[in-house]
Ligand binder design. Structure first.
Ligand SMILES: [Zn+2]
Length: 62
């Protein structure tokens, strides 16, 4: 299973063409999650969860 996942790394829904928001280091983030990240309050616990997941991706790639 080395193939790139087409699933959103945050909500695990599949990101089909057109629904993809961001593409970071081989990982997809769907439009819904992209908008959430942009609009969410920094002190919202969900924001922290998202950031944690994003950091994982960034630290993993090399
Ligand atoms: Zn998503």
């Amino acid at each position: 299973m080395a193939a790139e996942s087409q699933d959103c790394i945050l909500c695990r829904r599949s990101c089909l063409d057109g629904k993809q928001g961001l593409y970071v280091r081989g990982c997809h983030i769907c439009r819904d999650c992209e908008e959430k990240i942009i609009s969410i309050a920094i002190d919202d616990p969900i924001y922290q969860i998202y950031i944690k997941k994003l950091k994982k991706i960034w630290s993993q790639a090399g």
